[in-house]
Design a protein around this ligand. Structure first.
Ligand code: NAP
Length: 307
């Protein structure tokens, strides 16, 4: 990745130009960069789907936002958010409450929309249920913990470091477990009185899916959010429990779903139940370093780039 000067952006009639104050770095940005992902943009391109900043210009037909508004960005038209300016359709920008910093705003879109859609649109989470967030210390995991806690679920969150476990507890998990400890899934059983969990939000299905099925309660669901390879499962583990495995990709969200999801996220940011955690701010020119960091173990919320 290289930093280059390009001409200023101009909005079309239904478009908005945002002056980027911070851009969010997601694992998927690295999959796209390496060419190993379903989305293969034509080159050269600017990465990034997440960002926050100030509206710099609006097209003639835009009434949802006006110049000067603080916003977070949920996707872009052609140019990505790893930039000083970004071009969005008007429905891709959402108000950023004053209590939320630009760096936090850059941590909203992919992590929080993914967590929300996985839990509610796909896995039909209900208040009173017990949720295992398998990988709770990263961007999506922290979002799952905060959203589920606010919705009245009992949350068990895992992390692989002491620092990550502290974060998961601080952000609202009722119980924390270290996914590098040999017996941690036994503890899922004991924490639920032997019943198992109703729901699992799975960040690394290629490692965990087979084991997940053994700690599900009757009628339990696993929602597969992240996977980096293949895995063997015992299908009988689903039969015994009437269990369900559901996949989830944010790219499949319909415009109507996205409108509902972002309405919920803006409300949560406003009332303080959603508090994006920024682990590190890195200068935009060092985006390559951010791509290395985001793939290393020891997650702690989000990495953001600052132009
Ligand atoms: P992230 O910030 O890098 O976090 C990764 C998480 O996985 C951390 O909590 C990490 O914990 C945890 N982890 C590591 N080893 C694990 C293990 N053996 N078992 C359980 N968890 C483990 O990444 P993210 O942004 O939260 O994304 C998580 C995954 O979801 C990625 O694979 C990403 O590509 C995917 N994703 C999918 C969608 C979608 O639409 N389906 C959207 C966004 C993200 P420690 O570092 O503490 O060990």
């Amino acid at each position: 990745m290289n930093l280059e000067e390009v001409p200023d952006l101009r909005p079309g009639p239904d478009e908005v130009v945002v002056r980027v104050k911070a851009a969010g770095v997601n694992p998927v940005d690295t999959y796209i960069r390496t060419g190993g992902y379903a989305v293969k943009p034509s080159l050269p391109y600017t990465p990034g789907a997440d960002g926050a900043g100030i509206v710099a210009a609006v097209g003639s037909g835009v009434s949802r936002v006006s110049e000067g508004a603080r916003v977070y960005v949920a996707g872009t038209v052609t140019t990505g958010t790893y930039a000083e300016q970004v071009l969005c359709k008007d429905w891709q920008v959402h108000p950023l409450p004053e209590r939320v910093s630009f760096a936090q705003g850059a941590a909203v879109n992919v992590p929080y929309a993914t967590a929300y859609r996985a839990l509610f649109n796909r896995a039909r989470a209900q208040p009173g249920e017990t949720l295992l967030v398998h990988g709770a210390s990263g961007g999506v995991g922290v979002a799952c913990v905060q959203i589920a806690h606010a919705a009245g679920l009992t949350v068990i969150g895992t992390a692989g470091t002491a620092r990550g476990l502290d974060l998961v507890a601080k952000e609202g998990a009722h119980h924390t477990l270290n996914h590098r400890a040999p017996d941690y899934l036994e503890q899922v059983r004991s924490l639920t009185g032997g019943r198992g969990v109703d729901l699992i939000a799975e960040m690394l299905a290629n490692v965990n899916l087979g084991k997940d099925l053994t700690v599900l309660a009757p009628g339990g669901r696993v929602v597969v959010i992240g996977s980096r390879g293949t895995v063997e499962i015992n299908p009988r583990d689903t039969m015994a429990r009437d269990a369900v495995i559901v996949g989830m990709t944010l790219l499949n969200a319909t415009p109507a779903e996205l409108a509902g999801i972002h309405a919920a996220l803006v409300a949560g940011l406003e009332n303080g139940t959603l508090r994006p955690v920024v682990r590190q701010e890195i200068p935009l020119a060092e985006a390559a370093r951010a791509h290395q960091l985001v793939m290393e173990p020891g997650a702690y919320g989000k990495i953001v780039l600052v132009p």
